[in-house]
Design a binder for this molecule. Structure first.
Ligand code: NAD
Ligand SMILES: O=CCc1c[nH]c2ccc(O)cc12
Length: 512
């Protein structure tokens, strides 16, 4: 059961006295001691003698320890999920939906607590973390509603006979998460899977293991059978054990292209991108600038669909760049738990160095840093060990540069100019990836003409990086297979059974 912060030790007695109406956690004060694995209805330890540090990105200090799961623990979690599947899959959609709606209510009641845990473990701002929790809740509500609508077809056959199809769940599904939206990814994967009658074993990123265990407790408290949603912690080895487990029927994976390529089975692959954002001279400039910021600096730039190649038509290039730089420089960086913060910490020290390395490489290849791209040290002493950088805009970029070709997954925007629609489409599509793309223009015909030719799974017209859970999200080309969210996802968590029903006598062609 999820007890309100009872298993989290806060640094000061004063902090402990704060009521729910106030901030419960302050940056640098939280330590988590409860085990982070969860199966068969309980938190569980991992492999004996194995412990890995988990950090608080805002301060760089150790937040907790993760006990990775080996083969024995993964087996136990899968066994628990197999048992839960037997009864869960026999419930009606309405019955499954009811449990899920209760889970959504519990999430609503714990919005602040979950958001705070996400901030403490991921480094993103509290403002964004709350929206992530809302998205998780909405996704569970949405699929709770769809659970009772799962249906097949009735097909008439000659002589009054007929056939029908129905959608059946697959069994135990594995979910593998990335670190940029830890709680939201766990919900986006579990909600459609559970709605369809499956059970799930979820493995979060080892960098952000905390909130998936909270989700497991919430499902359990909502009335889900023991073992319906389980969490195994660990990295590559645990992920591989889970994906290759013979009793796992499907894997839904969110992560990088190289890792995605290693995962085999019927899969949903939500992978990386290097998405283009096209800004035409007839755009509403104010909206286009805001769109470019949304496309690059949400979650410290750690968003898979980010439009990091910003192509701007030559006529408005100088005006656009000067406005984007001005707004980027005004982004408030700092303690992610403060309401005023708009950009928190990157997820880890090694990731920060990697992102800064991309900026250095860009300079070597001839790009100009128009702003940012430096390590940032907040003034408060407790944040000095945190993983911050200033959001960066790169000018003088060329299509062949590393910063324009490779996913950086940090707050680094490359701006490029273009002359014609035909030219920008060719350059925008010149990538092996195809997760998302955006276009800003006031010309509705141009908007649709351009979107029709963009080779990307999620296209935005006059906005960027919005993800309503009712619409499918996923990539073309190497950016993925399948979709998350929307009705279509029900097809990825079910298999279609066809039943032929003879209403007359059997005509046996082998007799007479
Ligand atoms: N398309 C999307 O919806 C989406 C969403 C979020 C993040 N992403 C992408 O995720 C990447 C960042 O996340 P990351 O650094 O955590 O990615 P990653 O590929 O390093 O890790 C993702 C997950 O895979 C696990 N893993 C590693 N090796 C494995 C193996 N052999 N078998 C099974 N699991 C294994 C990791 O432990 C982690 O849980 C970026 O490329 C980003 O674009 C995509
Ligand atoms: O990181 C990629 C998937 C994702 C999760 N939350 C959001 C919000 C906005 C997006 O465009 C993508 C995502």
């Amino acid at each position: 059961m999820l007890r309100r912060l009872s298993h989290y030790h806060r640094g000061t007695a004063a902090a402990a006295r704060l009521s729910a109406a106030f901030r419960c956690v302050s940056t640098g004060s939280l330590t988590i001691t409860e085990p982070l694995n969860f199966w068969a209805g309980q938190r569980k330890p991992g492999q004996k003698g194995h412990k890995e540090h988990v950090y608080e990105p805002a301060t760089g200090r150790i937040l907790c320890h993760l006990e990775p799961c080996g083969a024995a623990e993964v087996n136990q979690a899968v066994e628990a999920a197999k048992k839960a599947f037997i009864n869960w899959s026999k419930l009606s959609g309405m019955e499954r939906g009811r449990v899920m709606i209760e889970a959504a209510h519990l999430i609503e009641g714990k919005r602040e607590e979950i958001a705070e845990m996400e901030v403490v473990n991921n480094g993103k701002s509290i403002t964004e973390a709350r929206l992530d929790v809302d998205s998780a809740r909405l996704c569970i509500e949405y699929y709770a509603g769809l659970a009772s609508t799962l249906a097949g077809q009735h097909v008439q056959l000659p002589g009054g006979s007929f056939a029908y199809t129905c959608r059946e769940p697959l069994g135990v599904c594995a979910g593998i998460g990335a670190w940029n939206y830890p709680f939201q990814i766990a919900a986006w994967k579990s909600a459609p899977a559970l709605a369809c009658g499956n059970s799930m074993v979820f493995k979060p990123s080892p960098v952000t293991p905390v909130t998936a265990a909270m989700l497991a407790e919430i499902y359990a408290k909502a009335g889900a059978p023991e073992g319906l949603f389980n969490v195994v912690q660990g990295g590559q080895e645990t992920g591989s054990l889970l994906c290759q487990h013979p009793d796992v029927a499907k894997v839904s994976f969110t992560g990088s292209v190289p890792t995605g390529r290693k995962v085999l089975k019927p899969v949903t692959l939500e992978l990386g991108g290097k998405s283009p954002l096209l800004i035409f001279k007839d755009s509403d400039l104010e909206n286009a600038v805001k769109g470019a910021l949304m496309a690059n600096f949400l979650s410290q730039g750690q968003v898979c669909s980010n439009g990091t190649r910003v192509f701007v038509q030559r006529d408005i290039f100088p005006e656009f760049v000067s406005e984007v730089v001005k707004r980027t420089q005004a982004i408030e960086i700092g303690d992610p738990l403060l309401e005023s913060t708009r950009m928190g910490a990157l997820v880890s020290r090694s990731h920060l160095h990697k992102v800064l390395g991309f900026v250095e490489q860009a300079k070597k290849e001839g790009a100009t840093v128009l702003c940012g791209g430096e390590p940032f040290v907040p003034s408060h002493p407790k944040l000095r060990g945190g993983f911050y950088m200033t959001p960066c805009v790169l000018g003088d970029c060329r299509d062949e540069m590393t910063c324009v070709k490779e996913e950086i997954f940090g707050p680094v925007m490359s701006v490029l100019s273009f002359e014609t629609e035909e030219e920008v489409l060719r350059r925008a599509n010149d990538t092996t990836m195809g997760l998302a793309a955006g276009v800003f223009t006031r010309d509705v015909r141009r908007a649709h003409r351009v979107v029709e030719q963009l080779k990307a799974g999620s296209c935005f017209i006059n906005n960027y990086n919005i993800t309503p859970v009712e619409v499918p999200f996923g990539g073309f080309k190497t950016s993925g297979i399948g979709r998350e969210n929307g009705q279509v996802t029900l097809e990825y968590y079910t298999q279609l059974k066809t039943v032929y029903v003879e209403m007359g006598d059997v005509e046996n062609c082998t007799l007479d």
